[in-house]
Design a protein around this ligand. Structure first.
Ligand code: HMG
Length: 382
């Protein structure tokens, strides 16, 4: 049995309240709070790039034995810091992992971490004495005053994959689809993503319906205790869930809806963290729902623009609660600093130098990993 043994989470220690964003953009706050279904979005300073966030998320869960047994390290991201070198190599050093492992980066929009998890599953199945570390780390940027601005966010989720997992065993069989589409993309020269917003929502729903139908043999009516979604904003996942109203009994739908509400608690306060979003939904469900039981079956819908979708399944392990850290994550979210619109816009417009000169990166953090310098086009972390 192979699956998720531990889950770590990190998000920057500051946020923008979306009521303030609504006021600044002269929009009815209910459009953001209800229409989009989000409350706050995390804002990353320059010292918290995807490498620093990835290392901070993983640091939370790794003990000495894990560090020794990791044979595969994958950082999944669509906001990578280098066109060539894998972010995983910086992370390997920051986490003080040994050198007898494979360290790579994977990209396919928000689907990247699911591809990585599949590889980790195969790796651990072949090498049961070893573990794999998958870290999803992203900063979602659409640009000031764009339709996507309200769906930004930043954060990282680390998944330790092992034999005899303590949280969620993963099932071998899943269903997936790919198709070339231009619903959302970010050219190499752009710091901000471009989206055909309405089309991206339609494609998300279309691919959800397709994989759900493809999975008919794997899903009997009562078999799912919860169904989790990639959450670019919570209304998107809710719309996908609502496509099932006519297919499910009232009881089954209500059960999925109640658990869906628990799965979006963290995401509503962090925003879109792209490839980590589905796994933040999983963490949010497990840390905020006290009705789940061991052996409950959970469906996970992964969607990455471009586009790839996959529906896969896992079973909760007995005693899974002891491997979680709800208090720490509630504190992490509660203790963040609220930014003013002015501060948020200033942070948004900051950039690292690109001319090879030396730049020391200011930091508000006293602990944890961070980018502290760029020089000669190289990044330096501690
Ligand atoms: P928009 O055009 O500003 O919003 O863009 P809208 O006018 O369509 O309004 C949004 C909702 O608010 C609507 O509800 C309105 O009715 C409602 P809906 O019809 O959708 O149910 N509304 C109100 N509700 C209550 N009170 C009010 C009010 N006013 C309006 N007063 C959009 C919205 C999501 C398109 C935009 O933010 C965007 O482009 N976001 C980025 C793209 C995105 O997130 N797409 C999601 C699917 S693709 C995906 O998930 C992949 C992704 O994560 C990337 C990756 O894979 O890497 C994005």
């Amino acid at each position: 049995m192979v699956g998720i043994d531990k889950i770590g989470f990190y998000t920057p220690q500051q946020y923008l309240d979306l009521k303030d964003l609504a006021q600044a953009r002269q929009v009815d706050p209910n459009k953001y709070l209800i229409g989009i279904g989000q409350s706050k979005m995390a804002v990353a300073d320059m010292d918290q790039d995807i490498v620093a966030m990835a290392a901070n998320a993983a640091e939370e869960i790794l003990d000495a034995e894990d560090r020794q047994k990791i044979g595969l390290l994958i950082v999944a991201t669509e906001s990578g810091v280098d066109q060539s070198k894998a972010a995983a190599l910086f992370v390997q050093e920051l986490l003080q992992l040994h050198h007898n492992l494979r360290a790579v980066e994977i990209k396919e929009a928000c689907y990247g971490a699911t591809a990585a998890l599949g590889w980790a599953y195969d790796f651990v199945s072949l090498h049961p004495e070893q573990k794999a570390l998958v870290i999803a780390s992203d900063i979602a940027r659409y640009g000031l005053q764009t339709a996507g601005e309200v769906t930004q966010g930043a954060g990282a989720v680390a998944l330790l994959v092992s034999q005899k997992p303590r949280i969620l065993s993963l099932e071998k069989q899943s269903v997936y689809r790919s198709q070339n589409a231009n619903d959302f993309w970010r050219p190499n020269y752009s710091q901000e993503a471009f989206a055909r917003g309405k089309y991206s929502e339609e494609l998300y729903l279309q691919m959800f319906t397709q994989v759900y139908q493809q999975a008919a043999e794997l899903i009997s009516e009562k078999s799912l205790a919860a169904l989790l979604f990639h959450i670019p904003f919570s209304k998107m996942g809710r719309k996908a869930l609502q496509t099932l109203t006519t297919q499910l009994t009232d009881n089954d739908y209500q059960r999925l809806e109640q658990r869906f509400d628990k799965s979006i608690i963290y995401g509503k306060n962090v925003g879109n963290i792209y490839t980590g979003s589905l796994y933040l939904s999983l963490l949010s469900l497990l840390e905020n729902d006290d009705t789940l039981k061991p052996d409950d079956r959970i469906g996970l819908f992964s969607y990455g623009s471009g586009a790839v979708a996959e529906l896969f399944f896992g079973r909760l392990q007995s005693g899974y609660q002891t491997s979680l850290n709800p208090q720490k994550h509630h504190d992490l979210l509660a203790q963040r600093k609220k930014l003013t619109i002015r501060e948020y816009e200033q942070i948004f417009q900051q950039h690292l130098v690109t001319d090879g000169s030396s730049q020391l990166i200011p930091s508000k953090r006293e602990t944890g990993h961070r980018l502290f310098k760029v020089e000669n086009h190289e990044r330096f972390y501690k």
